[in-house]
Write a new protein. Structure first.
Length: 150
């Protein structure tokens, strides 16, 4: 009798557990599906890939947007967005794949140090921004990486 009762209890526990929603919840209690960005691919008239971006549930850019040069393969830029506004790191590239510019955005404005490079990878300039405004301590370098004075 104890054996049958034991299996009956196990059966009930498994049945009740299976009947509960198997949807995963995050720490806020939501399933997380509504916060998942949707991937959007855009193509040019000739069919080459123009950009790949993530958008939120309202259709705003949310995540990293990757733009491509005319060949549809070479990355032109990677820019981070948060609900339609530039937020976080952004990088632009030469066609060769070398980094042209690295910067950060906060609330859609440049914030912190922006670095630009020559195509050979040598630092061209460093510009500091605060709330989108360029600060006066800009540093410029020649193609050998030596500082250029004003």
């Amino acid at each position: 009798m104890k054996g049958v009762l034991y299996y009956l209890v196990i059966f009930l526990v498994v049945s009740v557990s299976a009947g509960c929603s198997s949807e995963k919840k995050d720490s806020s209690g939501s399933s997380g599906d509504e916060a998942k960005p949707k991937l959007v691919r855009k193509h040019r008239d000739d069919g080459t890939l123009s950009s790949v971006s993530q958008v939120d549930e309202d259709g705003y850019l949310h995540g990293v947007k990757v733009n491509y040069y005319e060949d549809g393969k070479t990355i032109h830029s990677k820019v981070s967005y948060k609900h339609g506004r530039k937020e976080g790191p952004a990088i632009w590239y030469y066609k060769s794949g070398q980094i042209y510019e690295q910067t950060n955005f906060h609330y859609g404005r440049r914030q912190g140090v922006t670095k630009r490079y020559y195509e050979n990878g040598v630092l061209m300039e460093e510009v500091t921004y605060k709330q989108g405004e360029e600060l006066p301590d800009k540093k410029v370098y020649n193609r050998d990486g030596e500082p250029i004075s004003d």
